[in-house]
Design a protein around this ligand. Structure first.
Ligand code: SF4
Length: 301
């Protein structure tokens, strides 16, 4: 019987007892729960990896303007800016996370990892990781399996949906998936991987979901960039054997507790936070009027 992804401690125990790597446990789960062969699973992930890279490319090369006007080629502006604030690699990372998420906001094709709202984080992280460290595609696929295991546990113990647990659940989970992938690809052990997950979530705990006009654009797109940066900072810390102090399972339980006690207005309802600001409200009104105007006459009646 396959491991059911109810805790990080049990994932580690199951992997150790059965002499499996963490990604192999996810593979076993996929086989037993979904009845897919290893070949099918890998093929699916390879396809997802291609879509992720395409989204980055599209966002950095094509016109990215959303109907609301809130998205206006931000990723390209960042990518082409002549002065990197930290390093060219950091600038690329941020641009790529923005790019893939802009594609989603402009109704393009992305991979929900774990959700569409957080769809820029894994592409930005994996693309940049591969480029800097020359990670081969097979390792990236294993990292995606590992990341899926992280998301499965976070979904069970807390949530991966902004409407249930706030933005910590969406961009926080994606950042944790990214941090785990980085540490894994760079040779980190299980404790280092789980520490990086815990540290990432500690950094994103309490983040509310407050999309302006109810559109997954502002602040979602910039949060994808910052979450990608947090994934790298947490991976750097975790890889160096710095402890998260609070064990990863307890951190995720805290995330669930914070999400459960969050007021409804901070859970994708567009009633609080940035959505409730004067400017946020004005944009919502403009978007609504625009939508009514573009409806055919019969639908308006
Ligand atoms: S603010 Fe809400 S809608 Fe936007 S990415 Fe975060 S959880 Fe998703």
């Amino acid at each position: 019987m396959a491991f059911l992804f109810d805790s990080f401690a049990n994932w580690k125990k199951y992997a150790t007892e059965n002499k499996l790597t963490l990604p192999q446990v996810v593979m076993e789960y996929e086989r037993s729960q979904r009845g897919r062969t290893d070949e099918e699973i890998i093929k699916g992930l390879e396809k997802a990896w291609v879509v992720m890279k395409e989204a980055v490319h599209t966002g950095l090369t094509e016109e990215m303007k959303s109907r609301s006007g809130m998205v206006n080629n931000g990723a390209k502006k960042v990518y082409n800016y002549p002065l990197p604030v930290l390093s060219k690699e950091f600038q690329n990372l941020i641009s790529r996370a923005l790019a893939a998420k802009e594609v989603n906001s402009c109704m393009g094709r992305v991979v929900a990892a774990p959700t569409a709202g957080a769809s820029g984080i894994m592409p930005g992280v994996l693309f940049t990781l591969q480029e800097i460290h020359n990670v081969d595609d097979r390792k990236i696929i294993d990292a995606m399996l590992l990341a899926a295991g992280v998301a499965l546990i976070m979904e069970q113990k807390a949530s991966i949906a902004g409407a249930v647990g706030g933005c910590q659940a969406e961009t926080g989970t994606a950042a944790a998936m990214g941090a785990a992938s980085i540490v894994y690809c760079l040779g980190g052990n299980t404790d280092q991987i789980f520490n990086a997950v815990a540290i990432t979530v500690q950094c994103m705990l309490g983040l509310v979901c407050d999309p302006v006009a109810g559109l997954v654009e502002v602040p979602c797109i910039v949060r994808n960039a910052s979450a990608a940066a947090i994934a790298f900072s947490s991976a750097q810390i975790g890889l160096a054997d710095v402890s998260s102090v609070i064990p990863v399972d307890e951190v995720i339980e805290a995330m669930g507790e914070v999400g459960a006690s969050m007021e409804t207005r901070y859970k994708e309802t567009a009633l609080g936070g940035l959505a409730a600001t004067k400017t946020g409200q004005a944009i919502a009104k403009k978007v609504l009027i625009h939508d009514i105007e573009v409806l055919p006459d019969e639908e308006v009646k």
